[in-house]
Design a protein around this ligand. Structure first.
Ligand code: DAT
Ligand code: MG
Length: 170
């Protein structure tokens, strides 16, 4: 596999160039506190997504408000900010084919009690507020959230040797 010249997140599989997506994904304070970081990240790794950014961090109230600015007028906003700043999170960036939608499908529904078995929230959570994980829900959100949490030099595009199998036939 070779990196495509001129494409920030491009890659070549079997000589065919394609643009792959990047998405922002976080294990929330409940997931870190409950010791589920390895379990959660391994689901994304095993799916075949490429880890390109990773940090354990404490979210400040200012960063929390900017991250969740779309929810600023919702009644649950103060509780959301309080929760996401209540302990460390693991902030990550992943890259791969349809990464945004793929990660959302691995996460499950926002209300963990309704999330399907086999999803992260369906298997490891019960709550609406403490719902274990965050994932970008659109290309615009992904770009905005990645830039909020990571400097460009903190993202490292390391190819996985098995990508020739993950994308074989495409
Ligand atoms: P998601 O995290 O699935 O993208 P969202 O963007 O709609 O969901 O909401 C962001 C977070 O806000 C969500 O993970 C949990 C919290 N939240 C959403 N709706 C809520 C509600 N009705 N009551 C309490 N918390 C809520
Ligand atoms: Mg959301």
């Amino acid at each position: 596999m070779r990196t495509c010249p001129g494409l920030a997140t491009g890659a070549c599989f079997w000589g065919v160039c394609r643009v792959v997506e990047r998405t922002f994904f976080a294990v929330k304070p409940d997931g870190v506190g409950r010791g589920l970081v390895g379990e959660v990240l391994s689901r994304l790794e095993r799916k075949g997504l490429r880890l390109v950014g990773l940090k354990l961090m404490q979210v400040s109230p200012d960063l929390a408000q900017r991250h969740y600015e779309a929810h600023r007028d919702k009644p649950f906003f103060p509780g959301l900010v309080k929760f996401i700043t209540s302990g460390p999170i693991v902030a990550t960036v992943w890259e791969g084919r349809d990464a945004i939608a793929v990660v959302r499908s691995l996460m499950g529904a926002t209300d963990s009690a309704k999330a399907a078995p086999g999803t992260l929230r369906g298997d490891f959570a019960l709550s609406m507020g403490s719902n274990l994980v965050h994932g970008s829900d659109s290309k615009e959100a992904a770009e905005r959230e990645i830039a909020l949490f990571f400097r460009p030099e903190e993202l490292v595009g390391a190819a996985r040797p098995e990508e020739s199998w993950l994308y074989a036939g495409e």
